[in-house]
Ligand binder design. Structure first.
Ligand SMILES: Cc1cc2nc3c(=O)[nH]c(=O)nc-3n(C[C@H](O)[C@H](O)[C@H](O)COP(=O)(O)OP(=O)(O)OC[C@H]3O[C@@H](n4cnc5c(N)ncnc54)[C@H](O)[C@@H]3O)c2cc1C
Length: 388
């Protein structure tokens, strides 16, 4: 068995499978991916039918990044020969005075030259009578928003990484990382490997991997959930009749048209309890479910129906909710990516960026906001702001 690789990717969830894919396009058989569980497992952050993808974001930097995210997915779609993004249009809506001001989103899209529409309540109701919004509500509509097909995207990245020559090992937990002169020794599942460049995409387990390099980040892991509802009004919630949506206030809710299951999906953003990745349960939080159903009852009542299931999942939250995409200052041959609970839409692009950091030591993308040594990440108990 080969033990010596140029590149090793630690963690094959959403971002790591993408990193393995983009590395394999340039380095083929010099790439090894290591995953502690089975490929496609549901203990992390990335495994469901759908994740929202959108250009509509709170800063111009994210809007620019999102433009490139669509391009990266399109390239994988071409390579893999299958569709991974479904455009449904997206509605960001909420009260005119809210914790997540729509002006941040419209201003960022203006700055980035992205077209959108500003809709008042009457226009929202006219286009989609499914939204029972009162006159104090307004919204932004952006037609490029839609669904990143998460499980399918992960499988495509993994399949194509293998097709390009990479080796992927599941049930291979990385237990030890030891930097030596210019190399890194990696012990996984009792087997020793070596590489010149390492990509860490360990999600909620990131600090466990970073500790081997003397790094600890103030991350908060929460157990989040989404629920599929068997609406009796199926035709009203098909992807060509109903957009993805985000309620722009605190609490923040979001949802999808029917995709992957026999009914629409909804959940609360960052509404979960703090857990650890190894001790969390998979039990739905009934209070969070009630908050979501109460919200739907008020604003999208026809979406409700018997619960198909509630699926739990982890967020790995940085205090400012910005990503970490960087090389380690003390170990420039180690690249790290952490998703901040809104990272799936960017998975393919960030896999590409991580591959560039590993191969070239640099990327064309603006990753300055995502430095691992930014001030807030140096604090032991930083203030948090999750509603962005
Ligand atoms: C309910 C929910 C809804 C979301 N909605 C959206 C959305 O609509 N849009 C959006 O863009 N994003 C969304 N996100 C966020 C997005 O899904 C995550 O940001 C993204 O999936 C992060 O992927 P990741 O690769 O960092 O983590 P993961 O997919 O968890 O991957 C980390 C992997 O590393 C492996 N690993 C860790 N340590 C080791 C080790 N020592 N050895 C080997 N393997 C290891 C883990 O087993 C895991 O497979 C949502 C997340 C949740 C939970």
């Amino acid at each position: 068995m080969r033990r010596d690789y140029e590149y090793i990717v630690l963690g094959l969830g959403g971002w790591g499978s993408a990193a393995a894919y983009w590395l394999s396009r340039r380095a083929g058989a010099d790439v090894l991916g290591l995953e502690q569980f089975e490929l496609g497992h549901v203990r992390g952050e990335s495994q469901d039918h759908s994740r929202i993808i959108r250009l509509s974001y709170h800063t111009p930097e994210y809007v620019e990044l999102a433009k490139h995210a669509y391009k990266a997915w399109a390239e994988v779609e071409r390579d893999a020969g299958e569709q991974l993004v479904l455009r449904t249009g997206g509605l960001d809506f909420g009260p005119r005075e809210s914790a997540i001001p729509l002006t941040n989103y419209s201003g960022s899209m203006d700055a980035a030259g992205v077209a959108y529409e500003h809709l008042d309540a009457a226009e929202i109701r006219r286009r989609w009578p499914q939204f029972t919004v009162t006159d104090d509500i307004h919204g932004l509509y952006q037609p490029e928003s839609g669904i990143a097909m998460a499980a399918r995207g992960n499988a495509a990245h993994l399949r194509m990484a293998t097709a390009h020559g990479a080796t992927l090992r599941d049930r291979a937990p990385v237990e030890r990382l030891r930097p030596t002169s210019g190399e890194i020794e990696v012990t996984a599942g009792g087997v020793g490997y070596r590489c010149r460049r390492l990509v860490i995409a360990a999600g909620a387990w990131s600090n466990g991997a970073l500790t081997h390099f003397g790094v600890h980040l103030p991350l908060r892991v929460t157990k989040e959930q989404v629920t599929y509802f068997a609406t009796p009004h199926q035709s009203d919630f098909q992807p060509d009749r109903f957009p993805i949506w985000i309620w722009m206030d605190d609490p923040c809710f979001y949802g999808f048209p029917t995709f992957g299951e026999a009914g629409p999906k909804a959940g609360q953003d960052a509404g979960g309890q703090e857990v650890t990745a190894d001790t969390r349960t998979f039990e739905p939080d009934q209070a969070a479910l009630k908050r979501t159903t109460d919200f739907l009852g008020r604003y999208i009542p026809k979406a409700l129906g018997p619960i198909i299931y509630t699926k739990t999942c982890l967020y790995t939250l940085t205090p400012d909710r910005d990503f970490v995409i960087a090389t380690l200052p003390e170990h420039p041959n180690v690249a790290v990516g952490i998703g901040g609970g809104h990272g799936f839409k960017f998975a393919s692009l960030i896999g590409r960026i991580l591959s560039e950091l590993a191969i070239d030591g640099r990327t064309e993308q603006n990753i300055e906001p995502f430095r691992i040594d930014r001030a807030i990440l140096q604090l032991l108990n930083p203030p948090t702001s999750y509603m962005v």
